[in-house]
Unconditional design. Sequence first.
Length: 189
Amino acid sequence: MADKFLFRFSGQAAYEVDTGRLKKLRVVFGMIDEKRTSMAWYLFSSDGDAKSKRELANPDPMPPEQFADRDTGGRDIPHTFTKKIGLEELAINPKGTPAYLMLELTETNRFIECRIDHLHTKAKEVVTFPFGLQPILPSRTADFTTLRRPKGKIHGKVSLLAPIAPFDANKFILGPQGKAQSSILGRGL
């Protein structure tokens, strides 16, 4: 029987960025080792079209609006890989690896089910994995009624936000700090 490599995934926050003609989504999640001692931060950022990218260069962009997060006691969801990879090797390209994101609000409105799909790892394995977030209610930005309908897949890129760090479940809700935090809230990705 072949070796299996277990990691856990947990959503940390989701943001909507108004670029003028298009709204981009940024979703921050963590990849946690099997023993829950170390983790790496990742960011999914949806694509923008050429016009919206020019608008993002505008010196007065709209600030991102957070519409989901993780509360203390959130859970991490296990995923088994068939090929060995490290915590920093989820995305094959350091500038962002193409992938899809699916978001769906549960019937009770308590959780947003997230799924990264068709992501190529550095080990040349194509993976799909779930994680969850909690909606921030009421939200000025997210239209939760549209999350209840099948919207299909949102195309974007997954990028490593921060290198390997110690995992602390109580501090996970604070998210990545420093340079990684500015990558989430800034115009970059």
